[in-house]
Ligand binder design. Structure first.
Ligand SMILES: Nc1ncnc2c1ncn2[C@@H]1O[C@H](COP(=O)(O)OP(=O)(O)OP(=O)(O)O)[C@@H](O)[C@H]1O
Ligand SMILES: [Mg+2]
Length: 287
């Protein structure tokens, strides 16, 4: 029997997969979701979401896709790992994933085909074409330049391609290094870690979402206090620590997570040496 069933859950409450059902809309997450959807509806072009490691970018992108897939007037594609070598590879990838093909591999041909496709969908069929790029800090300068060019495809009223870039903080530096890219951004936002109150709410949200129905709080306030102090409100760290806390709960044959249990886990984690890594992960640039 899975550990979470022993505690009365129907699903795993602290899985680290970016399941949109388990996304708690903290203030920042809500702001990003609402504003990005507005920008897409208005077809204003480019939204950029920055955030430190594990702040919820991928989870938000899944939520966005969940929203878009309920609408028939949106065509979208999500790029998970945008480490394209050159412009040709990137353009071919886009054409393939939008279900179209150029007559040759020349850059002019590839771009023209893409522009025609975007015109057909956007103007003739009145659809909104959206490209969401996760891990956008991995885009190299020539891919960013390609995106800048794609943003030039527009009618008098709207952009033909809607772009949502989600990336770690170094994406900002990359964007700054491309002339004229910054002023094309119609919505930009940096996700911050959760506050203490939001940390408590996120834990409660996930616990309830997973089917825990007891009136008792599974995590005592004193435990949440320690979780917040240790994780500094970073959602991935919260999720990992809560997952460990529940496993420990079962091992100890207990039913509520208190401060002592959390502090014991933190102590153990620090001894393994993993603690220092949690505080200084630096993303690869992908170059
Ligand atoms: N608002 C939230 N509510 C509930 N869980 C969240 C939230 N944000 C993030 N998480 C959880 O935190 C973990 C990390 O989130 P996610 O993978 O979305 O972060 P990320 O910003 O994409 O990280 P990275 O920079 O490493 O790509 C996941 O387990 C996810 O479920
Ligand atoms: Mg991610």
């Amino acid at each position: 029997m899975s550990y979470y069933k022993i505690l009365g859950f129907k699903k795993e409450p602290f899985s680290t997969s970016p399941d949109p059902e388990f996304l708690y809309l903290a203030k920042d997450h809500d702001t990003v979701l609402v504003n990005t959807l507005i920008e897409l509806r208005l077809r204003r072009g480019l939204s950029v979401i920055l955030g430190d490691i594990g702040t919820g970018k991928t989870s938000l992108s899944r939520k966005l896709i969940q929203e878009l897939s309920q609408r028939e007037d949106f065509i979208f594609h999500m790029v998970l790992d945008p480490g394209f070598l050159d412009e040709e590879e990137f353009l071919k990838y886009l054409l393939k994933n939008f279900g179209t093909e150029a007559n040759s591999s020349s850059l002019i041909d590839l771009k023209e085909t893409l522009e025609k496709f975007l015109f057909q969908k956007g103007v003739i069929e009145d659809k909104t074409v959206v490209l969401i790029i996760d891990e956008a800090q991995k885009l190299n300068p020539n891919s960013l330049e390609t995106l800048r060019i794609l943003l030039n495809y527009e009618t008098n009223e709207f952009k033909l391609l809607q772009l949502v870039l989600l990336g770690q903080l170094e994406l900002h530096t990359k964007i700054m290094s491309i002339p004229n890219f910054l002023d094309r951004i119609s919505f930009k936002y940096t996700l911050n870690p959760l506050s203490k109150k939001e940390t408590a709410e996120m834990i409660e949200f996930r616990v309830r979402k997973a089917g825990y129905s007891s009136k008792m709080h599974l995590f005592l306030d004193e435990a949440i206090e320690e979780i917040y102090n240790y994780t500094k409100g970073y959602p991935r760290r919260i999720t990992l620590l809560c997952h460990k806390a529940l496993k420990e709960l079962i091992l100890r044959n207990r039913f509520v997570v208190d401060a002592k249990l959390v502090l014991d886990l933190i102590e153990k984690e620090k001894k393994t040496g993993w603690y220092s890594q949690l505080t200084l992960p630096k993303a690869e640039t992908g170059e």
